[in-house]
Design a protein around this ligand. Sequence first.
Ligand SMILES: [Zn+2]
Length: 98
Amino acid sequence: MPDDPPGYGVPLALKARLNEVEGCWLDVQCDCGRSIRYPIRMMVRSLGPGHHLGEIVPRLKCEKCGAKPATVHLCETAIREFCKGAPPGWSVQLHPLP
Ligand SMILES: [Zn+2]
């Protein structure tokens, strides 16, 4: 998996507005085993385009157990594992920060 996204280092990604990364996905994994990939397009619809990822990531909670997520990644595509479809694209870890 490529880990150098073209254009989004972690600090840049956290400053990005939702509308700038509208085509990307947030991959949220919880210690309870729940794992979700949210389309940022949906967040633009529900929250508005002007929010920064840096505001949103700390507010994320697991839908199943209500805990803070174990990891959050910003991903280029909806697919994380390499499989028969499109390549998985880049992803950058937003939480926990390295
Ligand atoms: Zn959970």
